[in-house]
Design a protein around this ligand. Structure first.
Ligand code: F6R
Length: 613
């Protein structure tokens, strides 16, 4: 949600900043802008719409050749996505430029104060207020001004600013929103995440909460909002710029779908010893802490929430601990019952989702331990958790989650098995067996991808469908929810996922002639009763005219007579079926969006990292 870049060095700032924005564009694409500092003044260009519009403007009106600059790609909160609301925003002297991610909650009162002072406000944004406040307090030191202003701000914000009077410096600040420093040779960077500077350096520093950072060509200085010296955590990014390129695919999403076997394998790598026992070194919870747990609560949003629903089946099955799963944005507002014995698991690809972050803060305030499952090193949620299990999906650029979702499912299985191992609820050989079944998943996903071609034809045949329903049972239910979410966000179609058993309690009224209904059939070997019930459900909807698209394991002949389209997936244990059954649904949504002429990687109104509540 809003991407920010800051640069100071020897290269052309506009080139470095625009390149960084290109890599951050998945965070928001309502408008984009840059400001470059020269000895005399600031040069600013900003434009509504995608980054391409800004690049066109820069080609028509080139910017002066400075080596210090900032840039922004916007996901609109305050004010529509117009040129005037595009960042950077300037103070009255046009000598300060500010870019911002987040929401300044007390902006209305600050704005009134500025109006009383006669300051002319030219945009609808909360950000412009910061530019004017910085201008009012600036006394030759931008970092100082930033500290003073930040102390007055409420809410969530990452701010990055430059001042024409201090042309060698870029200053950043963060509270509740992400900001990472990139350390180069004779150059330094700021970015909403490491992809902003990955083409230049993999050496990064994670900033802490309520910190101000000043970067110069030859140094980085971090303080608290009160000016006390502070430091960040240095880390090396374990992927390079090529991992965030399309690599011959038409869309990032398709590339990321095809990266899933590797992502799953990487997430398992190094976590299992020769005896099949798990070692989760980043756990940071003692065995005693783990034995103490009496309840697990999973909090997450969107696709990560669906991974959380799957976690409930896995953890309850293997540990017999009760598990609650809750959408993070609802969690803290219902005053949940949390104790020191509660383990809260927060699942988040980005590690920055504000709803999830607020949920874990609430949980920690109540004394609960928090375990993060996260894909992005250096992000806020793992930093504020008691323990972390990283997923190794690599950078996920497409807004719709695919490989991150699959690796989240793998991670919840690892956590479930690890809890079982420490608590002794499963024998070592049982755990080793489950771990070996997980190790077979990359090959199974590969197999799905090799046979996924018919999904493309299917997608083209569904272009005129008004709605699509998804049905599943047991772990197939979260898969149904995920399939529906993918279709909503990418193909802008009305899509709903239901537990198949709920059908007769209402949703069956939606069935009409030709309505596509995707059904995820549980493995026959797991719970035959569930399998047989869903086969009956397929017959019920078909009798009412539905067009049935059935996802079933490859040896399951019982469903063939009732499937208008039959999609085969490899035979895997029931609890692992989401890892194979989700893949055709990802391809379906991607192809359907493409067939409808929509932007697959940057669907309308969405942004990848949702850093506002
Ligand atoms: C859906 C999707 C979103 C995210 C959700 C949580 O395709 O990508 O629903 O899953 O916004 O994001 P993270 O995992 O970053 O917390």
């Amino acid at each position: 949600m809003c991407g920010i870049v800051g640069y100071v060095g020897e290269q052309s700032a506009v080139d470095v900043v625009v390149e960084g924005l290109r890599r951050l564009e998945y965070r928001g694409y309502d408008s984009a802008g840059v400001a470059v500092v020269t000895a005399e003044a600031l040069s600013v260009r900003r434009k509504a719409g995608k980054l391409a519009n800004l690049e066109k403007l820069l080609a028509e009106q080139p910017i002066s050749n400075g080596t210090v600059g900032v840039g922004h790609t916007r996901w609109a909160t305050h004010g529509p996505p117009t040129d005037k609301n595009a960042h950077p925003h300037l103070d009255v002297t046009d000598r300060i430029a500010v870019v911002h991610n987040g929401i300044i909650e007390n902006f209305a009162s600050l704005r009134r104060e500025l109006e009383v002072d006669g300051v002319p406000l030219t945009s609808d944004t909360d950000t412009e207020v910061v530019a004017h406040l910085l201008g009012q307090v600036f006394d030759g030191n931008l970092a100082d001004a930033m500290r003073q202003v930040c102390r007055r701000l409420e809410g969530a914000f990452t701010l990055v600013a430059v001042h024409a009077d201090e042309p060698e410096v870029v200053v950043g600040a963060r509270r509740n929103s992400p900001l990472v420093v990139g350390l180069g040779e004779g150059e330094n960077f700021l970015g909403s995440d490491v992809s902003a500077f990955i083409a230049h350096t993999r050496h990064a520093v994670e900033l802490g909460q309520d910190q101000v950072v000043q970067i110069r060509r030859d140094g980085v200085e971090i303080t608290t909002f009160d000016g006390a010296p502070a430091s960040g955590r240095e880390f090396e990014v374990d992927w390079d710029a090529s991992a965030a390129e399309k690599g011959g695919y038409d869309f990032f999403m398709m590339k990321e779908i095809y990266e899933q076997p590797k992502a799953v394998a990487d997430t398992l790598l190094g976590r299992v010893d020769d005896n099949g026992m798990l070692h989760l070194d980043e756990m940071r919870l003692s065995d005693e802490d783990i034995r103490d747990i009496d309840k697990v609560v999973v909090v997450a949003c969107g696709s990560a929430f669906h991974a959380g629903l799957i976690a409930k089946y896995a953890i309850e099955h293997w540990t017999r601990l009760p598990v609650e799963v809750e959408v993070a944005s609802e969690f803290r507002y219902r005053d949940p019952i949390l104790t020191r014995q509660t383990l809260v698991i927060a699942i988040s690809q980005s590690g920055e989702t504000m709803d999830t972050l607020m949920a874990i803060r609430h949980a920690r305030d109540q004394g609960s331990r928090v375990l993060a499952i996260c894909n992005v090193n250096g992000s806020t949620i793992p930093r504020e958790s008691d323990a972390v299990v990283y997923t190794y999906a690599g950078p996920e650029v497409a807004v719709a989650s695919t490989k991150a979702f699959l690796t989240q499912i793998v991670a919840v299985h690892l956590v479930a098995l690890y809890l079982a191992q420490i608590r002794g609820t499963k024998w070592a050989d049982e755990i080793a067996l489950h771990v070996s079944e997980l190790a077979d998943i990359p090959a199974a996903v590969d197999q799905v991808l090799e046979t996924v071609e018919p999904m493309r034809t299917l997608a083209r045949s569904m272009v005129t469908a008004k709605a699509v329903l998804f049905l599943g049972r047991h772990v197939g239910y979260p898969v149904a929810l995920e399939g529906a979410l993918k279709l909503k966000e990418l193909a802008y179609m009305h899509a709903e996922g239901f537990p198949a058993g709920e059908l007769k309690h209402g949703p069956i009224a939606l069935i009409e002639d030709g309505l596509p209904v995707v059904v995820i059939v549980p493995p026959r070997s797991g719970r035959p009763v569930l399998h047989d019930k869903i086969v009956s459900n397929i017959q019920e909807i078909r009798a009412r005219g539905a067009r049935t698209i059935v996802i079933a394991e490859e040896n399951d002949d019982s469903v063939a007579p009732y499937a208008d389209t039959l999609v085969r997936v490899p035979v895997v244990p029931t609890l692992l079926q989401p890892l194979v059954a989700t893949v055709p649904l990802q391809v379906l949504a991607c192809e359907l969006a493409h067939a409808k002429g929509f932007d697959v990687d940057q669907p309308r109104n969405l942004a990848k990292s949702v850093t506002v509540e």
